[in-house]
Design a protein around this ligand. Structure first.
Ligand code: AHM
Ligand code: MG
Length: 334
């Protein structure tokens, strides 16, 4: 075991930094880690559905096969319900927030916002997908928590993370004291600390955007793309274009290599496509903690006051220099 630190060990060690902490947040993170291992197992089998039975068919126990995003949603809600530390789950999969109405959970301290399986349209072709989560402390003191407890600004997050189900499965999270990444070792079934204290390069050469929507982009984004494509040896332009279409995978790559990910407003999505509470806020918290920047093009993502559960926003996120340049062009031209 020398040299290996598991997610469980790491969480306990970090908790010792807070002598008065009762361990609730640690247990919540552990529950999310366990559920993500179960989801990982099913995601890894996704290519086998044709021979084992597709969605809509019945498996050997007589249970209907579920679509993986529905399955993931159920696994995370089940883990958060049995853990007893979370009073509300807000998930991309449900129109309304889900109150956890058990005697222990209804007075629990934490709210979880989650996208259980982001980029799930990529599953059919064996491309990386992810889970994104965000944790808030509830504001109300007792009784059932309400929508007002969920609609908090990103600056109020106490923790956030993502799991990437890729060529390896990784869990990356922050509690506001830096970012740490853990790789799942399938032989022992544990997430092991592999990327301590992750930092995003201040500058990069990768831009990630669905350029097929170019004609519908704001002028500031069009100008940024032209800037990215012009030759300039000093700033290593033209940049490289990389777009997986799976936000977690695109942002994870940029976190490691440096880069910018943009999902702007478009004609089809006038408020942007991605959701503030369980996609943009957690990724923004992680990237800021890693030294990067996250903006809606003009304002900091974490400062946006949410008014709706499934609120959307545009997002410009990644290496500080790149996002700052895109923001400057947005301010000038959009
Ligand atoms: P989803 O929540 O329906 O999976 O959509 C979110 C995904 C992101 O992961 C990805 O970056 C983006 O949608 C891709 O959208 P597009 O196909 O419009 O480029
Ligand atoms: Mg999503």
């Amino acid at each position: 075991m020398a040299g290996i630190k598991t997610l469980g060990q790491f969480i306990i060690e970090k908790q010792l930094d807070f002598p008065y902490a009762k361990g609730e947040l640690s247990r919540l993170l552990r529950d999310i880690g366990i559920a993500s291992k179960i989801v990982n197992r099913e995601v890894n089998k996704a290519g086998l559905v044709d021979i084992l039975g597709d969605a809509g068919t019945t498996n050997i126990q007589g249970e209907g096969q579920k679509k993986l995003d529905v399955y993931a949603n159920e696994q995370f809600i089940a883990a958060l319900t049995s853990g007893g530390e979370c009073c509300i789950v807000a998930t991309e999969e449900e129109d309304d927030f889900v109150p956890i109405d058990s005697p222990v959970s209804k007075n629990a301290k934490y709210i979880v916002c989650i996208d259980p399986l982001d980029g799930s349209s990529n599953i059919d072709c064996n491309v990386a997908v992810g889970t994104i989560f965000s944790i808030y402390r509830r504001k109300s003191v007792e009784g059932m928590a309400t929508l007002a407890d969920v609609l908090q600004k990103g600056t109020e997050q106490v923790a956030a993370g993502y799991v990437i189900y890729g060529s390896s499965t990784m869990l990356v999270y922050t509690t506001g004291k830096g970012v740490n990444g853990f790789t799942l070792d399938p032989s022992i079934g544990e997430f092991c600390l592999s990327h301590p204290n992750m930092k995003i390069p201040a500058d990069g050469i990768i831009y990630s955007i669905n350029e097929g929507n170019y004609v519908h982009f704001p002028d500031g984004v069009k100008k940024y793309l032209k800037y990215a494509q012009v030759e300039d040896l000093e700033t290593k332009r033209p940049y490289t274009s990389r777009y997986i279409g799976s936000m977690v995978a695109d942002i994870h790559r940029n976190l490691i290599k440096g880069g910018i990910y943009i999902y702007p407003t478009t004609a089809a999505s006038p408020n942007g496509k991605l959701r503030l509470l369980y996609e943009c806020n957690p990724m923004a918290f992680i990237i800021e903690q890693a030294g990067g920047v996250a903006s809606d093009g003009l304002n900091r993502i974490l400062d946006i006051e949410p008014t709706e559960l499934h609120q959307r926003t545009s997002i410009f996120i990644g290496s500080a220099k790149m996002v700052n340049m895109a923001e400057a062009l947005m301010a000038e031209y959009s």
